[in-house]
Design a protein around this ligand. Structure first.
Ligand code: F6R
Length: 602
């Protein structure tokens, strides 16, 4: 939540900052702002808007360029969405932008008030600026270090000092920061995406290291102000994958990327027809003696856990529970040393999942993280990580991260089954081919777009399924809610008649997912029950499975013959349905209201 950028060097700072902010807009888009520092120092030129980065770009045409600056795109936490609360914030000779939450800002605010300092905004960020300024006697290192020592919570700060126009400073704690130096200058961003078009080698500074960026290089200092050397990292995915590549939205581009990223994700963990995680150097006894798996994640990542649960139970014979990270955290879950905890996160930065990770680690239980973003906080704090190879996911609505998470969880389930002597060669072979299933779903997009018309007109929609299909129903309903703003509810198909069916009437459509043979007949019955009450039914079933002529209003087919692997075709169909519905309604698909891509606040 919130994206920050910074730059100093020979290029146009305006251009670098605005380009970087455009790429980080997925992190929040309530407001945007930049501060441009002139070579002679003094107060930087500050521009802020409650519009999008493109509006800021227009405003910036009117001001002179600079060699250094910082910028911010906001997802509001403290204070309303207005220009006063927008970053950058300024206090005395200090100008800064911030991502994260300074948890003790009320206490700091009271302390600063005693010194006669009164903020103008409602933000914790302005308090951070005032705190640094209160310690500033001409030495930026000392001021930032002392302020950071006083602050609790999570923060990444990028800071300018009026009287040090040749430097940009940054520091982070429990919040992402990446920095890069090239012949063109020094760059910083919440995510490498911010500066990826200028280079591929970057640093990910650890907590509390002060980064001093100049046009000539970057120096790092520990909390005792001793210089520290860091290891450079290299972006290992295709830089072009961070662009829209001709698609109107990132979401549809990312839906279309699924065949290739699924192929890549699955292939890396299959060696000679067996599941093999040795490339990720997991603890050798990680899966040994595990009787229970507890999957902890948020939103779509949690749905990936629910989707994989039946495979763990049926093939590996282990009991699985799946829990939302915030609930796990809030109920102060007891940690069971005989449980394998699996945390799932695209970003690796989600605050509640990160808190769960720390709790499980402290409890000493076995822990495996399934993550997409390399170098993310969770990846750094986990001994055992299995990576999805989805590449950068920019659309707020998660698609390719979901299917690759399901693929990795299936691989873990198959590995546990394999280790217990179960023959899973058929499933391994099928998993290798799932990318083809998704390719075929994508080729059916026109039919899905047509079917989406039925949903676009609705105010409420039910998503129903049984077993694994129920997990997919949850994901399908989340997708349509977040980008179409239609109220959608996922419900177990077998549970409708225990009360909820009273809501079915003409104009309340149902999306029924029926891909599991063992309960197919019962699912069709549910379609009948809803239709006879006037509710239209859109049925998603595998190719070739029989549906009576009056069994549903619309039937969408997915390739394959049902079973676990149909999760991928069904997911892609549900994603396209949500996309096409939002498209028909003219919604801001990549930037739905009130949302941000990574939820780094609890
Ligand atoms: C929905 C969506 C969210 C995320 C959730 C967890 O489309 O993207 O529900 O899945 O916020 O995020 P990560 O996976 O980054 O932990």
């Amino acid at each position: 939540m919130c994206g920050i950028v910074g730059y100093i060097g020979a290029l146009s700072a305006k251009e670098v900052l605005l380009n970087g902010l455009g790429r980080l807009e997925y992190r929040g888009y309530d407001s945007a702002g930049i501060a441009l520092m002139g070579e002679d120092g003094g107060a930087p030129q500050i521009l802020k808007t409650t519009n999008k980065v493109e509006a800021l770009r227009k405003d910036a045409e009117a001001v002179p360029d600079a060699h250094a600056g910082i910028g911010h795109t906001r997802w509001a936490t403290h204070g309303a969405v207005n220009v006063i609360n927008a970053h950058p914030h300024r206090a005395g000779r200090v100008t800064l932008v911030h991502n994260g939450i300074v948890e003790n800002y009320q206490r700091l605010r009271a302390r600063l008030a005693d010194q006669g300092r009164t903020p103008v905004s409602e933000t914790d960020t302005e308090i951070a600026a005032m705190l640094i300024d209160s310690y500033y006697r001409g030495d930026p290192h000392e001021a930032v270090r002392r302020a950071a020592a006083d602050m609790e919570g999570s923060f990444t700060l990028a800071i300018l000092f009026d009287d040090h126009p040749d430097k940009v400073y940054a520091i982070c704690r429990n919040s992402p920061l990446t920095v890069m130096h090239t012949g063109q200058g020094s760059f910083l961003g919440s995510d490498v995406l911010a500066f990826l078009h200028y280079g591929r080698k970057y640093y990910a500074p650890a907590n509390d290291l002060l980064c001093e960026l100049t046009a000539e290089g970057i120096a790092f200092f520990d909390p005792a102000d001793r210089p520290v050397a860091l290891q450079e990292k290299t972006v290992d995915w295709d830089v072009d994958s961070a662009d829209k590549q001709g698609y109107p939205h990132y979401m549809i581009k990312e839906i279309h990327e699924q065949p290739s990223v699924l192929r890549r994700t699955v292939r890396q963990y299959i060696v000679e027809d067996r599941v093999d995680f040795s490339c990720d150097d997991l603890e050798p006894d990680l899966f040994e003696g595990v009787e229970h798996v507890h999957i902890v994640a948020c939103g779509t990542a949690m749905h990936a856990g629910l989707t994989a649960k039946p495979m763990f139970e049926q093939l590996a014979g282990v009991l699985v529970s799946v829990e939302v990270s915030s609930e796990f955290r809030d109920r102060e879950a007891r940690i069971n040393p005989r449980t394998l905890y699996i945390l799932v996160s695209q970003s690796g930065e989600t605050a509640d999942t990160l808190a769960a990770l720390r709790r499980i680690r402290e409890g000493g239980a076995k822990l495996l993280s399934v993550i997409n973003v390399k170098g993310s906080t969770m990846a750094r704090e986990s001994r055992n990580v299995v990576y999805t190879q989805a590449g950068p996911e920019i659309a707020v609505a998660s698609t390719k991260a979901f299917t690759t998470q399901v693929a990795v969880l299936f691989l873990v389930a198959l590995k546990m089954a394999q280790d217990r002597g179960v023959d899973v060669s058929n499933e391994v072979a099928a998993l290798r081919r799932v990318h083809k299933q998704v390719e075929r779903v994508l080729s059916r997009r026109p039919a899905i777009a047509e079917a989406a018309r039925m949903l676009a007109a609705a105010r409420d929609i039910f998503y129903l399924g049984r077993g694994m299909d129920m997990a997919l129903a949850e994901e399908g309903s989340l997708k349509i809610k977040e980008i179409s703003y239609i109220h959608a509810e996922a419900y177990p198909a077998g549970e409708m008649k225990h009360g909820t069916i009273s809501l079915i009437e003409p104009g309340v459509p149902t999306v029924l997912i029926a891909t599991q043979k063992n309960c197919y007949a019962k699912s069709l019955l549910c379609a009948q029950e809803n239709r006879s009450r006037g509710g239209e039914v859109l049925l998603i079933v595998p190719d070739g499975w029989h549906v009576e002529k009056d069994g549903a209003d619309v039937v969408l087919r997915i390739p394959g013959d049902g079973g676990f692997m149909s999760a991928f075709g069904a997911a892609a169909t549900l994603q396209l349905l949500a996309y096409e519905c939002a498209y028909q309604k003219g919604m801001p698909i990549d930037q739905p209201r009130n949302l941000a891509k990574s939820v780094t606040v609890a």
